[in-house]
Ligand binder design. Structure first.
Ligand code: ASP
Length: 440
């Protein structure tokens, strides 16, 4: 008999915000016996005006550390968990745990420890409710003392611990260094824990349960009810995420991508919907020409003109050194025969403006440097674009019809993206026009 590979299911804060949500995830987990490793976030918002437990913990700690009254926050935190315990009829008390928490807050134990308690306590509750083993993330997610993840030790610790454990709840968001000091990932970091667990147990799939029905093709604040992306590759996800589309923590991709474990974004409130599947390769019949459209505002383009630039060996090297010298990483570098432009976020440029201009003049002795500081970048991503003819004419035709002036074009060398630069004021119009022409 072959044993089925496990499924790792991570549930975000809104999926665990109250007892009703706990019941929903219990139902989901029971639908598939392979959902054996569960990674919870801390209870999130129950409604738009609510406060996440993680934020209550940060606020509570801040007060306690400064010797100010913190009880109000502590009571709210206690109440959030107590309601879940009572409504689910759990035979469990967090009294001792909360006492430890309070004492350590007053002692000034550190804000990362404070924030981590949201997931820790929720993990205890969820494990009791599901009757799964509770595995404290501090014992399996290892950080270096500087607060960065020690991925390889983590992988070994997880493999060893979960190898002997058929079903477990491992709280997300935190871990510990070798001295036992608690560290957290950046906000939204339970996604990363889920990915690390999936890698270690060689999961069939890494499910990421949230409150959206998947990755939308573009920003719903710009396009009304955009279509959902059913399936995309890791590279497409990377391109879209880089351009501002967010659903997953960006560090959650690498651990599973390297093992070829697909990520499945699902909605806890609509478990029958198929969500968005992110995998290494997609079958040609599943490919659509356009996977997604994303973008960001506020970039600058520095254009450098120099006669016979093309014939000057080492010109680009000196250009890159000028940026390197100022510690700037840039995004695009479209070029002509005698001109080359470098595009970077405006806020980065402003911090280093004098230094970069001085380096460029000194190293390149250019004929002219011009600056365009009103630039938004819009990227259309789609692996299928390369095999469909006529996309480019629809792409540029749509922008022309919408009176959007294209200031720059950069077609990624892997042919899965095409980026254009437009004025900030044209950003939304460009996205709408491209969506209407290429997707609708
Ligand atoms: N609870 C943490 C946060 O609010 C981590 C997470 O939910 O992934 O950011």
């Amino acid at each position: 008999m072959t044993i089925a590979k496990p499924v790792v299911s991570k549930f975000g804060g809104s999926s665990l915000a109250d007892a009703g949500q706990f019941r929903k995830i219990d139902y989901i987990i029971k639908q598939n016996p392979n959902r054996r490793y569960i990674v919870p976030s801390a209870p999130g918002k129950r409604n738009p005006d609510d406060v996440k437990v993680t934020d209550l913990l940060y606020a509570c700690y801040d007060k306690a550390k400064h010797g100010e009254p913190y009880e109000e926050y502590l009571n709210q935190i206690r109440q959030r968990y107590q309601e879940i315990i009572e409504e689910l009829g759990l035979h469990l008390s967090l009294k001792d745990e909360l006492k430890v928490l309070e004492n350590s807050f007053v002692r000034g134990i550190g804000s990362e420890y404070a924030a981590s308690r949201g997931e820790y306590l929720n993990g205890i509750l969820l494990a009791a409710y599901l009757d799964y083993e509770f595995v404290d993330a501090a014992s399996v997610i290892r950080f270096h003392k500087d607060g960065t993840l020690d991925a390889e030790t983590t992988n070994e610790l997880l493999k060893e611990r979960l190898g002997g454990c058929s079903a477990a709840v491992i709280p997300g968001f935190y871990g510990a260094d070798e001295n036992g000091r608690i560290h957290t990932f950046s906000r939204g970091g339970s996604d990363v824990t889920g990915a690390l667990v999936a890698r270690a147990v060689r999961a069939e799939i890494y499910e990421n349960w949230t409150d959206v029905t998947g990755f939308l093709l573009t920003d719903p604040n710009i396009v009304d009810h955009p279509k959902k992306i059913d399936v995309m590759t890791f590279s497409e996800l990377r391109e879209l995420a880089y351009r501002g589309a967010t659903v997953l923590h960006e560090d959650a991709v690498y651990p599973v991508r390297r093992e070829g474990i697909p990520i499945h974004i699902r909605n806890t409130n609509e478990p029958d919907q198929n969500g968005t599947l992110i995998c290494r390769r997609i079958r040609p019949e599943e490919e659509t020409p356009i996977t997604g459209i994303a973008g960001k505002k506020n970039f600058v383009a520095i254009s450098i003109a120099k006669h016979r630039m093309n014939a000057q060996v080492g010109f680009c090297k000196k250009l890159l050194e000028a940026f390197d010298e100022n510690g700037i990483s840039f995004e695009h570098m479209p070029s002509g025969i005698d001109t080359i432009s470098v595009i970077m976020p405006k806020d980065e440029y402003l911090k280093k403006e004098d230094g970069i201009m001085e380096s460029l003049r000194r190293r390149l002795n250019p004929d002219k440097i011009t600056l365009d500081d009103d630039l938004a970048m819009v990227t259309v991503v789609g692996k299928g674009m390369r095999s469909v003819s006529g996309i480019a004419s629809r792409f540029f035709g749509a922008l022309g019809d919408a009176n959007v002036n294209i200031k720059m074009i950069d077609m990624g060398s892997n042919e899965i993206n095409c980026t254009i630069g437009v004025a900030n004021a044209d950003f939304e119009t460009a996205i709408r026009a491209l969506y209407d022409a290429l997707v609708k």
